[in-house]
Design a protein. Structure first.
Length: 131
């Protein structure tokens, strides 16, 4: 496990050494890791990409990418899928009053900053912003 810790430190991701140890990931397993494996142990998306590129450099192969959806077995068309979906509505309190007092360009900057902040938080939790 010391080799894994050193490797993670070398690529700037030493914060994952404990997770690798807890999941029994050693140098022999490293080249077999997939994007989904790393996601399952809680590695952030950008860090997964960095790790997969570093793993491919170790083995001299092309970077490991998730399996394309086309390779998955197609689901029958007539089956329904039940999934949990959480829907959230978010609005900036007082935006209507602000619009009466502010220049449209200034108001747009404020609303854009608000939307950017909300979008970043939603993405942190693997969410999707529709509008």
């Amino acid at each position: 496990m010391q080799q894994i810790a050193q490797w993670l430190e070398k690529i700037g991701l030493s914060e994952y050494a404990q997770r690798f140890a807890e999941n029994g990931i050693d140098v022999a397993v490293l080249q077999h890791l997939t994007d989904q494996d790393l996601k399952d142990i809680g590695v952030l998306l950008g860090h997964r990409r960095k790790m997969l590129a570093a793993i491919s450099e170790l083995s001299g192969a092309a970077p490991l990418l998730p399996e394309p959806a086309a390779r998955l077995e197609p689901k029958p068309q007539d089956t329904a899928e039940r999934r949990q979906v959480t829907v959230m509505f978010s609005d900036m309190v007082g935006s209507t009053a602000l619009s009466a007092r502010m220049d449209p360009e200034d108001l747009r900057e404020i609303i854009s900053a608000y939307q950017k902040c909300v979008t970043e938080i939603v993405h942190l939790f693997d969410g999707f912003v529709a509008k």
